[in-house]
Design a protein around this ligand. Structure first.
Ligand code: NI
Length: 181
């Protein structure tokens, strides 16, 4: 298993629509395993393939937070699709490994049903509510180039993006300085 570098916003690769997986083969399973390992180390509760530069409709989720000592409960999904959402909404203070250190309240359906292919390529469905429903919707959004900050006001979104861009430029400058000296 390999740890993959996580792309952070602003980055055009996070705004692209990912391609469906034709078949869950060893390559896709490897990606799923690498993504899960990367997510646990980060640590995060969900990760989508575009965040590690793979434009494939693959996500991994584990809301059990094994880093807090609870047994892991990983979900590895190819071509996840929301087939039903609840009428009630839920507001969750969301974060994202691609939007480091920033959080915002996002309103989404409180429950959803997701159809997907598991790591054996079998069609499965899961009914989720609460944090799992939020996480699945957040990760599936990534596959369509949507970040949680796209669900908040333009004012808040631009503020976050400006800060991230500033930090990126500062980090680049630091790297350059290191190369010179
Ligand atoms: Ni995210």
């Amino acid at each position: 298993m390999a740890l993959l570098p996580i792309i952070t916003a602003p980055d055009p690769r996070l705004k692209q629509v990912a391609d469906p997986v034709d078949r869950v083969d060893d390559e896709v399973r490897q990606l799923m395993d690498d993504m899960l390992a990367t997510m646990y180390v980060a640590p995060g509760i969900g990760l989508a393939a575009p965040q590690v530069g793979a434009l494939k409709r693959v996500i991994v989720v584990d809301i059990s937070r094994p880093e807090e000592g609870r047994p892991p409960a990983p979900l590895q999904m190819a071509n996840p699709e929301i087939v039903e959402v609840s009428d009630e909404d839920i507001t969750w203070n969301e974060g994202c490994l691609s939007v480091p250190e920033h959080y915002a309240d996002v309103v989404r359906p409180a429950g959803c049903r997701v159809r997907y292919l598991d790591r054996e390529g079998e069609i499965r469905e899961i009914k989720a509510e609460g944090v799992l429903a939020v996480c699945l919707q957040h990760e599936i959004d990534h596959l369509d180039g949507i970040l949680f900050i796209d669900h908040v006001s333009a004012l808040k979104r631009n503020m976050i993006l400006r800060k991230l861009l500033k930090e990126k430029k500062a980090a680049e400058r630091e790297e350059k300085d290191e190369a010179v000296f």
